[in-house]
Design a protein around this ligand. Structure first.
Ligand SMILES: Nc1ncnc2c1ncn2[C@@H]1O[C@H](COP(=O)(O)OP(=O)(O)OP(=O)(O)O)[C@@H](O)[C@H]1O
Ligand SMILES: [Mg+2]
Length: 479
């Protein structure tokens, strides 16, 4: 203790030193330990008695002798040697608070149960003249802090790794999403393109359907023309022959008239009267009186029939107002249609009408007539050699009306029932049927917001039922 200079280590200071809870020790100029406090004993496990007065301050820390921070301070020239003893991760540095003091930290694996992190600060002890007379070194157990810091760093690294991983996952996902997006945009563009193509196709289809409908109408009109011609030809035939009879009758009458005139002007009345009697006898005036009114009334009836057929044809086609929704009496339409197709029916079947009490309906009359005509012609065509019947009934069902057309024809086999509404499905010989009648009828009834149903028994007959709303709904398919 002789080297320790007064007044630095007066007894009070020694006591204070011992009482200080921070582990600390001091050395003198000769590197001899002068103080080793209780906290130091506790943390380093070396009693002051075995340390004070020795130079063994390195022993609790290192396996071989080497200077501790306090020794470097006493040596005064630590800058040159510090690199030998302290490395980057020891955080060696000059104190920012105390001039001439230095700090460092290190891990000591043999201290405590699992080693300890110690933080050292060493400061010079100077005499009144400012000469270094020793050094004091203070230790701080920073294990918990350091572990926390290490944990934190590890966690931080893990976090960084995770962030990196997530970032790369995100980048991959992002890339995928971008690709998806591109694909979706492409698909969308394709869809728009297809949609446009479909719309165009639809437009063409509508046009084609319209044309089909027109040609079907023309075809059915063509088919009917023969029948209608026959219907017209009959009355026109006898009107014509009546006309030539009437011509002869008028000639005869004129002859009689001439004979009367001559009698009137004759001087020889007796001879003129004989001539008149002879002429009257020749022309058979009594017969003429009987036959002329008969021929006239027969001709009038024939002309009426022709007029009726022409009127029915006009009603049937209604070309003038073809595509206008109108309130019409269905029975009139059915009757006109029956008249027009009468040539198709009259040699094959009797028509039985069972008209119910139905209101006028709002429809496209010429199109409904066309449907009824298709069904009636189909019914007539289904009847073979043996005369059959076609029953036409109408009725009101709630807000709809039904037209039922029933025949006693050949019937439709079950396997065909699902096909009959397909365009071009026909079982009729080439030239007799195009297979469009029912498919167009189906379209027309759909356009009216109604439906068309069928039941059939082979060899017994078929029943078609049209159901049409009384009032046309605006949202039904456009015309
Ligand atoms: N009342 C019916 N009785 C028996 N078969 C029928 C009847 N109505 C339709 N069919 C069957 O349905 C098929 C299709 O009828 P659709 O009216 O569409 O065409 P089509 O009569 O053959 O020809 P189109 O009417 O174009 O001249 C007919 O060929 C026939 O086989
Ligand atoms: Mg048909």
């Amino acid at each position: 203790m002789s080297s320790i200079q007064q007044p630095l280590f007066e007894p009070q200071i020694s006591e204070f030193f011992d009482g200080c809870p921070v582990p600390a020790f001091a050395i003198d100029n000769n590197h001899v330990i002068t103080h080793w406090n209780k906290a130091c004993e506790h943390i380093l496990g070396m009693p002051a008695a075995s340390m004070v007065g020795t130079k063994k301050q390195w022993t609790p820390f290192y396996p071989a002798e080497r200077p501790v921070l306090a020794d470097l301070i006493v040596n005064g020239s630590f800058e040159n040697v510090v690199g030998m003893y302290y490395h980057d991760n020891d955080n060696f540095q000059k104190s920012r608070l105390i001039p001439g003091a230095v700090e460092a930290e290190k891990f000591f694996p043999h201290l405590g149960n699992e080693g300890r992190w110690l933080y050292f600060s060493a400061a010079p002890l100077r005499d009144q003249n400012g000469q270094i007379v020793g050094a004091i070194e203070v230790l701080q157990d920073v294990t918990a802090q350091k572990n926390a810091e290490l944990d934190l760093r590890r966690m931080w690294q893990e976090l960084e790794m995770k962030v990196e991983q997530r970032t790369s996952e995100l980048a991959v996902a992002n890339q995928k999403m971008e690709e998806d997006l591109l694909r979706r945009v492409a698909a969308e563009a394709e869809l728009v393109k297809r949609n446009a193509a479909l719309t165009e196709l639809n437009r063409k289809l509508s046009m084609a359907q319209e044309q089909l409908m027109q040609s079907e109408k023309l075809a059915s009109i063509g088919q009917l023309a023969a029948g209608v011609a026959h219907e017209i030809n009959n009355p026109v035939g006898y009107i014509f022959s009546n006309f030539s009879s009437l011509e002869t009758y008028i000639e005869s009458l004129l002859k009689v008239l001439d004979a009367y005139q001559r009698l009137d002007n004759a001087e020889d009345k007796a001879a003129a009267s004989l001539e008149l009697q002879a002429i009257q006898k020749e022309v058979d005036l009594d017969y003429l009186k009987e036959d002329i009114p008969a021929l006239m009334s027969e001709s009038r009836e024939g002309i009426s029939r022709v007029r009726k057929i022409v009127q029915d044809l006009k009603d049937f086609s209604r070309t003038d107002t073809a595509l206008e929704w109108q309130w019409v009496n269905l029975h009139n339409g059915i009757d006109s249609t029956l008249n027009i197709v009468s040539n198709e029916i009259k040699y094959k079947a009797d028509v039985i009408k069972n008209y119910g009490d139905i209101p006028e309906i709002e429809c496209l009359p010429s199109q409904i007539n066309q449907v009824v005509m298709n069904l009636i012609v189909n019914a007539a065509q289904s009847i073979g050699e043996q005369r059959g019947s076609i029953s036409i009934a109408t009725r009101r069902v709630d807000e709809d009306v039904e037209i039922e057309i029933q025949d006693t024809g050949c019937g439709i086999p079950a396997e065909n029932l699902t096909k009959i509404f397909d365009p071009f499905f026909t079982t009729k010989p080439v030239g007799k049927g195009t297979g469009l009648g029912l498919s167009l009828s189906y379209g027309i009834i759909q356009k009216h917001g109604g439906d068309i149903s069928v039941r059939s028994v082979v060899d017994a007959g078929t029943t078609f039922v049209l159901r049409i709303p009384i009032k046309h709904k605006d949202d039904a398919s456009p015309v």
